[in-house]
Design a protein. Structure first.
Length: 192
């Protein structure tokens, strides 16, 4: 059996943002029952097949695959700041003092200097993790994309973080009071 016109519209709308309830509303299902309709539509085998087929076609057309998205997230998630800059400790002259015989003697201090590498020497793939490079009054500012967010997305994709756990089955409880009558239970409560 082929999809109805409304089901086809739902599939097209679902591909926009993968929000089933909103897709049902945009496909002209009742706003009041959109959530239930969306659930019903997503559990329909023919609708699921149409969604998967459309996603596959879009994947081929755009060349955006799950693997490619994961690879981009991995570049960010596994980036290392030392690929872009180094911190060097060195001595520098901070002032001069004059000795009793008129000689100028340098006063030095240990300082840490940040050296940002030239973009030509940084691996092109590593540059994908860079969010921003800008010149400031203090020097060059380098900002990477959010590493933690990328790692969380990778972890969720891999099923590492579970928000809900669903259990099914029965639990047997040995209840010694289950065979007592209401009157016997009341007597137990009174006598404590």
């Amino acid at each position: 059996m082929a999809l109805t016109a409304k089901q086809k519209t739902f599939v097209q709308e679902y591909l926009i943002d993968l929000n089933a309830t909103q897709a049902a509303i945009r496909a002209r299902y009742s706003i009041k029952t959109a959530e239930q309709q969306a659930s019903r539509l997503l559990s329909n085998v023919k609708v699921q097949e149409a969604i998967q087929k459309a996603m596959g076609q879009r994947e081929k057309r755009t060349e955006i695959t799950q693997d490619r998205v994961l690879q981009e997230l991995a570049k960010i998630g596994f980036s290392n700041i030392s690929d872009y800059l180094s911190v060097n400790t060195s001595q520098r002259v901070v002032a001069y003092k004059e000795t009793d015989d008129g000689e100028r003697v340098p006063i030095t201090d240990w300082v840490q200097l940040v050296e940002v590498f030239d973009t030509e020497v940084i691996d092109r793939l590593k540059m994908d993790a860079v969010s921003e490079i800008k010149q400031t009054k203090e020097g060059i500012s380098l900002k990477l994309h959010d590493k933690v967010s990328a790692l969380e997305k990778i972890g969720r994709h891999l099923g590492m973080f579970v928000d809900k756990v669903q259990h099914s089955g029965t639990v047997e409880v040995n209840n010694p009071l289950k065979d007592l009558s209401t009157e016997e239970l009341r007597k137990l409560i009174r006598d404590g």
